[in-house]
Design a protein around this ligand. Structure first.
Ligand code: KG4
Ligand code: ZN
Length: 337
């Protein structure tokens, strides 16, 4: 929800245009998303962004067959801006409107750069707001295997980066810094709680607290604006990244062992992370299961993935009503596998 985005996708898989306006610069000032400001920014820019997506694809609205739009989960103000805009276009042009779950959009972000997905698939969706593992027995059916009990993985990256004075969003900075640090020089002591109910749920708060404790005990100063990170800050970044990837990898490996999927999907903003991409590729090699990941530009929020998720629904004649409302806590599934 940090981006205003519009895209034109043809046949569910061919990106004709993909316009993404990042709201990051304003939010970098505050070290996070300020909902009120985000909504206003979306509102100011959405018209121009949709026009640009049409212009980049060299088509007019008359050539569009349907409009897919995110209606949840996320910040209600931001959702309402996109939803209201999509509804008015659908109404004015008498086009089918298809409401899409943002998380399902992330799942569909893999369709552009990969072969067709073989089912069952196991998907790890890791973003700033979500960390979930799904079993997908057949297209568009999702069974929840696990989700985070506290922070999302991207949120943990963002909080740790803030603590170290590395700015926002934290994921890309820590990812870039980690290879210049030595994880063994910043040992982080924490336990990943064993989930007693045998789910594959995640937890990142212990790791985040371990970083906080290490920083305090070693009197590590956050990086001052404009200066280069100290070696110990690089070591902490490396150690945090190693542990975060270890936690994600462990749960995904367990899911693959339990469910024997024919494809592994990795998506969401944190799927941009080099160490995580490598770890999941390695898991795929070891377990002989193909791994599908979006290209980096399609890992973070974008509209092409929403259009791709809308395509099979459009073909089936599924339509959302013009009274479709935003649902900030929308789930992809209530069902646990
Ligand atoms: O999917 P996304 O764009 O937005 C949400 O739906 O939340 O994900 C944004 C998140 C942020 O928390 C950001 O720090 C994280 O993805 N992220 C990364 C990387 N690039 C973005 N985390 C780790 N490594 C990266 N390279
Ligand atoms: Zn997202």
């Amino acid at each position: 929800m940090r981006r205003t985005a519009a895209a034109i996708v043809e046949g569910g898989r061919r990106i004709r245009s993909n316009v993404i306006a990042s709201l990051v610069s304003t939010h970098a000032l505050y070290g996070g998303v300020v909902p009120e400001i985000a909504s206003r920014e979306h509102l100011e820019r959405i018209g121009e962004i949709v026009d640009r997506a049409l212009a980049d694809a060299s088509i007019g609205l008359d050539e569009v067959d349907g409009i897919a739009v995110t209606y949840g989960p996320g910040l209600v103000g931001a959702l309402l801006v996109g939803l209201s805009y999509a509804k008015s276009l659908a109404y004015a042009k008498r086009l089918p409107l298809i409401g899409i779950n943002h998380i399902e959009g992330h799942v569909f972000s893999v369709v552009f750069d990969n072969e067709s997905i073989a089912y069952p698939a196991v998907a790890l969706i890791v973003s700033g707001g979500h960390t979930s593992l799904f079993l997908i027995p057949e297209p568009e059916r999702y069974l929840l295997l696990g989700r985070t009990r506290d922070d999302a993985a991207g949120e943990a990256y963002d909080k740790v980066a803030k603590l170290l004075g590395l700015g926002y969003p934290g994921g890309p900075v820590i990812d870039r810094l980690a290879p210049t640090g030595d994880p063994s020089r910043a040992p982080l002591v924490f336990t990943v709680p064993q989930m007693r109910d045998d789910t594959l749920d995640f937890s990142f708060s212990g790791l985040k607290t371990a970083v906080l404790r290490f920083v305090r005990e070693n009197s590590i100063e956050p990086v001052a604006e404009g200066s280069s990170p100290s070696q110990i800050v690089r070591d902490v970044a490396a150690s945090f990244q190693q542990q975060a990837v270890r936690v994600l990898h462990a749960r995904l490996r367990a899911a693959v062992r339990l469910h024997g999927p024919r494809t592994i999907l990795l998506a969401g903003g944190v799927a941009c992370n080099t160490a995580l991409r490598d770890a999941v590729d390695e898991l795929g090699r070891v377990s002989r299961v193909p791994v599908f990941k979006p290209s980096p530009i399609l890992t973070t929020d974008n509209a092409a993935m929403i259009a791709a998720a809308g395509y099979p629904k459009l073909l089936r004649g599924e339509r959302s009503s013009l009274s479709l409302n935003a649902d900030p806590t929308l789930r992809l599934t209530g069902v646990r596998a």
